[in-house]
Design a protein around this ligand. Structure first.
Ligand SMILES: Cc1cc2nc3c(=O)[nH]c(=O)nc-3n(C[C@H](O)[C@H](O)[C@H](O)COP(=O)(O)OP(=O)(O)OC[C@H]3O[C@@H](n4cnc5c(N)ncnc54)[C@H](O)[C@@H]3O)c2cc1C
Length: 395
């Protein structure tokens, strides 16, 4: 895992952003799809691990890019909005996440019984399929925790249409291997490639295009020439996102930092709250630990109160009681594994008569209502959404 090239601390992420800003205009628009290979992904920001954990926010990333490039920033702005779009879309259809978990249970049962299927799956994960680009990218993913967006599209497409493996298994492998692993962007990107997000429209990898976009580094053979879209139920109707209780501004508060939002102290609504303690539950990946360690230190310096790691939900509640908190405030937990485990925290806090409050960022609140259909429906609102965030829209 290359944490120095995929920053996880705020200082490193802001430094990376500053270096990248000059490249985020026309150079990004023309070069962002070219995969130059591991260690040479300089045409893209490599900020996803930080953005996914809100070490830096979408707004913070877009502000200097728009200020420097104006309408030349359109391509970069659009990509950042893809992230917000997927996040909003999954909030309006959490069943898609639950269906995915249910499908994995069924596929795991098949893996346990069907040796040939299990062997094909293992060969894909290990990068031993004989398809040069695919094997290379799977090794790159294992070694670095990162793949260029365009490479992710090729890998997912080959996984589904050439190797004939369930998209659900590929999504699980990516989510656990990527340093920027994110429930919404990952699950919905896999579904997009499979032809399940935009019904009937799949992404088919093409050998000639792969050779061209990788500067001739690969010449894959035997790729599927037809996309057989997997079966799947139609999209459930969009529903309003889960309601959360906002932090009460005057209550003695323990801030609970999760990898969902690692810069709560930068939020104006929270910055002046009467915070009595700060805590992180020990869980997650090594990257989560680096990001939350940095977040703990920043929060402690901002609110000038003790900050610690605790073992689990019960210890979190005990720490809040000990510190005299009346509420625990955290960043809004989006649909995904962390939301699935929120129930244990909620129960522990309830038993200690401590309220749980989730801070919903203005950015997410503004975008969510426009993210329930296709991306193009959201795109029409970009100028207004940027203006709402105090940013100058590209012309
Ligand atoms: C199959 C597949 C799985 C993916 N899984 C994830 C994932 O788990 N986590 C994740 O953050 N992204 C995921 N993506 C989206 C995209 O590949 C990464 O966000 C991007 O490659 C990160 O590199 P970067 O920061 O250099 O991006 P840049 O090109 O510099 O883009 C800037 C930011 O915009 C956002 N972004 C860019 N492209 C996309 C996109 N296509 N979809 C959504 N957001 C985007 C990211 O936050 C990114 O940091 C996936 C894409 C595919 C095709």
């Amino acid at each position: 895992m290359e944490t120095d090239t995929h920053p996880l601390t705020r200082q490193a992420a802001l430094a990376r952003l500053e270096d990248f800003v000059p490249l985020a205009g026309a150079a990004y628009a023309s070069g962002r799809n070219l995969d130059h290979g591991a260690g040479r992904h300089d045409a893209v920001s490599r900020l996803s691990a930080a953005i996914a954990r809100r070490v830096v926010s979408e707004r913070e990333v877009l502000a200097p890019v728009l200020a420097r490039h104006g309408d030349q920033a359109q391509a970069f702005v659009r990509e950042v909005f893809w992230r917000s779009y997927f996040k909003g879309w999954l909030e309006s259809r959490p069943q898609i996440w639950q269906h995915w978990l249910g499908a994995l249970d069924r596929i795991d049962a098949r893996l346990a019984q069907d040796d040939a299927f299990a062997a094909r799956h293992m060969a894909a994960i290990r990068g031993e399929t004989g398809i040069d680009c695919f094997d290379h990218w799977m090794h790159e993913l294992a070694a670095t925790g990162y793949l260029h967006n365009w490479a992710r599209m090729q890998v997912a497409s080959i996984w589904i249409f050439t190797l004939d493996l369930p998209w659900e298994l590929g999504a699980r492998h990516f989510l656990s291997s990527l340093i920027d692993g994110d429930a919404a962007s990952n699950t919905l990107s896999w579904r997009w490639v499979a032809g399940l997000h935009t019904p009937g429209k799949a992404y088919l990898a093409d050998a000639t295009r792969i050779a061209r976009m990788t500067g001739g580094r690969f010449a894959p053979t035997g790729l599927a020439t037809r996309a057989r879209i997997p079966d799947g139920p139609p999209h459930p109707a969009a529903a309003p996102a889960r309601e959360v209780a906002a932090p009460a501004p005057d209550a003695p508060t323990m801030v609970w930092i999760t990898p969902e939002d690692c810069a709560l102290e930068t939020e104006p609504e929270l910055a002046a709250m009467p915070v009595v303690a700060i805590a992180v539950i020990d869980a997650g990946t090594r990257a989560d630990r680096i990001a939350t360690d940095d977040a703990l230190a920043r929060a402690a310096a901002h609110w000038r109160v003790p900050a610690c790691r605790v073992a689990g939900p019960e210890a979190l509640a005990a720490r809040a009681v000990e510190a005299g908190a009346r509420q625990v405030a955290t960043g809004r937990i989006a649909v995904g594994h962390r939301l699935d485990s929120l129930i244990a925290v909620r129960g522990a806090l309830r038993r200690s008569a401590i309220a749980l409050a989730e801070h919903d960022r203005a950015w997410d609140r503004a975008i969510r209502p426009h993210a329930t259909r296709g991306f193009f429906a959201l795109r029409d609102h970009l100028p207004n959404l940027l203006a709402l965030a105090g940013l100058e829209p590209p012309q």
